[in-house]
Design a protein around this ligand. Structure first.
Ligand SMILES: [Cu+2]
Length: 241
């Protein structure tokens, strides 16, 4: 009895000294991967956008390129940027609170940043005008409120909230080339590919999931991925175009 108690307390002490925290079995699965592009790069070359319609945009330091397809040519294999990867099924009726920290959508150099992004329902979306010109923010949703307002001056900010799950476009009626996409989720398991074409969905409960890749031009792909407690699963999507 005495000996057993000693062993137990030694184990507890060892765990404490080594900084071991009790792991929640429910929430440490990871699904990660990349979105590979296979096909004719030249056929999807970005075009330079003519911003001369608004002299305030034209004086912006950098030239704007088209967004419909952005291929990361320097990665091996080549990958696709602005693909929104998310969990579409498998979470059951679990509820996830929305972060109070806003997601920021910037209008800078007469383009939106980020161009494709996810947000949780109820999470604030902060829309900021970083330009010395008039922007109009026009939401084109099916389920959420079809907001349409202007931010005529630099530094203007507005916070809005989205409540229904869907993906939709936002455009600017002043600058016809300006567009971005927002997807609203009821959970935090989503990520958009950037310059390296990778994504990572962390903190997943063990289970079988349907994950989806969404691209504004190349469309949707889905995949079934099962993840066990503490497991990291690799899952690559490939768009052949
Ligand atoms: Cu604009």
């Amino acid at each position: 009895m005495f000996r057993l108690r000693n062993v137990v307390s030694l184990a507890v002490m060892a765990a404490f000294v080594c900084g071991v925290q009790p792991v929640k079995a429910e929430d440490d699965g990871v699904i990660k991967g990349k979105v590979i592009f296979k096909g004719d790069v030249k056929a999807h070359k970005r075009t330079k956008i003519n911003t001369s319609k608004d002299p305030n945009c034209k004086k912006s330091k950098k030239a704007i390129g088209s967004y419909e397809v952005i291929i990361n040519k320097k990665t091996d294999p080549m990958t696709l940027r602005n693909v929104l990867v998310s969990v579409k099924d498998g979470l059951g009726d679990r509820k996830y609170p929305a972060p109070t920290e806003p997601v920021e959508l910037k209008q800078e150099g007469c383009e939106y940043s980020p161009h494709v992004f996810g947000i949780m329902d109820g999470q604030p979306l902060k829309i900021v005008n970083g330009d010395d010109t008039n922007h109009n923010i026009h939401f084109l949703p099916k389920e959420n409120e079809a907001l349409n307002f202007t931010q005529p001056k630099k530094g203007m900010e507005k916070e809005v909230s989205l409540v229904k799950e869907e993906v939709f476009k936002v455009k600017c009626d002043v600058h016809p080339w300006m567009g971005c996409y927002i997807e609203v989720f009821s959970h935090p398991f989503f990520a958009t590919t950037g310059k390296d074409g990778t994504f990572e969905l962390k903190g997943l409960p063990p289970g079988k999931y349907t994950i989806q890749a969404w691209h504004e031009t190349f469309g949707v792909q889905t995949m079934e991925v099962e993840v066990a407690t503490g497991e990291t699963k690799e899952a690559d999507f490939t768009y052949e175009k």
